[in-house]
Design a protein around this ligand. Sequence first.
Ligand SMILES: [Zn+2]
Length: 255
Amino acid sequence: MPTLAVIGGTGIYEMAGISLIEKRLIATRYGEVKVSIYATGGEEFAFLPRHGEGHTCPPHKVNYRANIMALKGLGVERIIAVCSVGSLKREIMPGDLVLVDQFLDFTKSRPSTFFDDEAIHVDTTEPYCAEMRAVMGEVPTRGFRLHKKGTYVCVEGPRFETAAEIKMYAALGGDVVGMTGVPECVLAREVGMCYACVAVVTNYAAGISDKPLSHEEVIAEMKRMGASLQAYVVDCLMRVPPKVGCSCKKPAKPS
Ligand SMILES: [Zn+2]
């Protein structure tokens, strides 16, 4: 059973050139999820395209609870998630990677917890696995510029942000903005899984660059970076220690 998993975002629908062992349809109480199992370097890992095969599911409709529960059911302990983001800062440039270490949650209407019927409050002081981030920060970056920390602003979407919103997010301490990082990260923590996020900067956010951005622009940039990005993510998977020496596994505490 794989203990490692990759959640792929825009531009990463499958792991090209890596041995596919099998595809499994996993039933959870939140719905069915299709997960692929790959093997490389003697290590098996699960791969789950967040938006479904063919990128058909928009960010605000992704079944985050089913996705995380399916990986948990498989025996996964550690997740590397790939999220495409816009940059809120000139110095974080399109084509850069950010190992985000904090988030600001501006989502509005998505189911965001497994604890709907119990008063359980999970600790998200440090929402991303510190041990995984430390290891991943030392992996050769395949030509990418890597920012070892950053604050991810999660918005509801599917529209892009207004220039005024972007100004506000930047003023509040945000570094990058995306639509999929939350509640995925929180749900992983609720079930005691380690979660690290590689944010891939595909564009400057509204008002940061001179020209308006388009969905095509985001897709084209992800496609251009796809092969190197996959290689970096797989390198990270191979380097992440199997033993969990962090605090992500601590059970959530009832209030
Ligand atoms: Zn951890």
